[in-house]
Design a protein around this ligand. Sequence first.
Ligand code: AMP
Length: 380
Amino acid sequence: MVKILGIIGGGQLGMMITEAAKKMPEHISKIIVLDPTENCSAAQVGAEQIVADFKDKDAIIDLANKSDIITYEIESGDSDVLKSVEKNAEINPSPETLRIIQDKVLQKSFLLENDIPIPGFIKIEKIDDIKDNVKNFGFPVLLKARRDAYDGRGNFKIDSEDKIQKAFDYFKGQNLLLEKFVPFKMEVSVIASRNTKGQIKTYPLVENIHEENILRETIAPARVTEEVTKKAEQIAEKIMSVLQGAGTFGIEMFVTQDDNIVINEIAPRVHNSGHHTLQSSETSQFEQHLRAILGLELGGTKLIHNTIMYNILGTKEFEGEYQPLDISNDNLFLKMYGKRISKPLRKLGHFNLVGTNGESIDQLLQKLEILKEKTIVISA
Ligand code: AMP
């Protein structure tokens, strides 16, 4: 049966899911996104749009009535509302999986129960809980919001006693947790998919470089030993099998100083660190997500070329319309997200620098250094 796909969120991830869906007309006849920004990124590439807030219950009901299958590009959806519309449309990943993942305490407790390595953490209800627990954890520690945090905006590093009050006040009454700081060697991630029939596939481990808590670069494959790669991919597979949700997920991890893997967090959706798959791999993460939620056989996940993904971020001190970039060539694929206004560190696009001629990661990194200057966002 050909299906109508509903997506909650029509930003860049919704945009790239829409583009993948349009290439599958035998399975998907129409795409409708729900997004508060008029003419959002996904609408610009052919999705119909319901203009409403992500948490607008009536709009979600409307989307469910118009769609056969619903997915999302954001993890902040209201899982209770989604549960209530499950009779109208199939929802993947399931609202139950979303409920567990979107609350960091539930997510980490779930991982712990399933023997998956995570940093020590504890739920925080009052300031004294922090004071009591830093004694066990030792400085530094991270105070984190349990919900709705992304791009590092939900973290506060506490490195001494006198920062505790400031950290607590920063979150203004939100539900919190305290987490042990991991002095990691590298940040890595695995993009993993599970289809509605239980088939699981993982993409090769990639290395992530952040600037001010925002992903800046993904290096595929990660520069680690085969043993570390194997460990990470096995853990990712285990997570997918215990979580049960269908779809493509981004699993963020730390490589510790002694080459062990610790999970940072799971995103129940396609992930920025998987954008390289658009040109580097047998199947893109966006097509894989659709294959997973439609119950189709998952595509191959082999990395065909070494690739570096670089995010185009808004320049720090600038807000407004910006000059278009012109850098594409045979092995450089620029993807802009159609956002008219640049804001400090806003994700405006990305490019994939692909080693189509067999370039090594070092060679690609050298090329990247020159390109960085050409992708600085400036006023139009
Ligand atoms: P998050 O939003 O929780 O993924 O955190 C954003 C970034 O903060 C991560 O990419 C890490 O660089 C850093 N971070 C988060 N948790 C920890 C931790 N327990 N130890 C060290 N760094 C962390």
